[in-house]
Design a protein around this ligand. Structure first.
Ligand code: CA
Length: 236
């Protein structure tokens, strides 16, 4: 049975989610502050973490960062309360896998959990498969001064290596693979975040914004990523 840990200081939310985790075939675990949460992650090794941001003891951002820094890859879904939190979760590299805004419906939460777990399992399978054969695709793209090496997961702009998050890299790769074609936000959500993702198209916009910043591509008529109004984005 997969174990899911919720770290949340509001008792109502914690209890409700815990109850529903257990009703939906998971083993639910709960922690009510950041420090207890962190030690439970290390001891109980959950398969997924639902992580509140404002927590006594240690906040959700720091917990996520700390886990990733010690090589812990357990998927994390952030529970966000405010719009500013959403932007921060999406834009910065805490290593969270997804977020859901409060208040959320239990059905939506369960769908997110399922999607993240599936994506995570597919990801580890792919890694194993690639290590097994000893080779990965090896494809790459060169667009002006931008060079994307898919095999090495590396992006260079005018010979300078760019630090991209996993999602930013995937987004750039999908746009490059479809160069010259307009990709709708829904298509990008499907290809980058997975078919199961019940996301908001805003996720795409926020990631494009951060990606552009790193590409030095600040306006909508960007050198690399063009906004096609009312439709989506296109790699030039
Ligand atoms: Ca809280």
């Amino acid at each position: 049975m997969q174990k899911i840990l919720i770290i949340e200081d509001e008792p109502n939310i914690r209890e409700l989610v815990l109850y529903n985790l257990n009703q939906n075939g998971y083993k639910g675990l709960a922690a009510e502050d950041g420090l207890q949460g962190l030690s439970m992650v290390r001891e109980k090794k959950p398969d997924l973490i639902l992580l509140d941001i404002m927590l006594p003891g240690k906040n959700g951002y720091d917990i996520c960062k700390e886990l990733r820094a010690e090589g812990n890859k357990t998927p994390v879904i952030m529970l966000t309360a405010k719009n500013e939190e959403i932007d921060k979760v999406l834009g910065l590299e805490f290593g969270a896998d997804d977020y859901i805004s409060k208040p959320f419906g239990i059905r939506e939460l369960m769908a997110r959990i399922k999607a993240v777990l599936r994506r995570y399992e597919n990801g580890t399978e792919q890694e194993t498969a690639q290590n097994g054969t000893g080779k990965a695709g090896g494809a790459g793209f060169a667009i002006g001064e931008l060079v994307i090496n898919v095999e090495r997961h590396e992006v260079k702009l005018a010979d300078k290596t760019l630090e991209l998050t996993l999602k930013e890299f995937d987004l750039l790769r999908v746009l490059a693979e479809n160069r010259g074609r307009v990709m709708t936000r829904d298509q990008l959500l499907d290809k980058v975040w997975g078919f199961e993702y019940i996301g908001e198209t805003r996720t795409v916009d926020v990631h494009v914004r951060y990606l552009r910043k790193k590409l030095g591509d600040e306006d909508n008529e960007g050198k690399y990523i063009q906004t096609v109004r009312g439709i989506g984005y296109k790699m030039r």
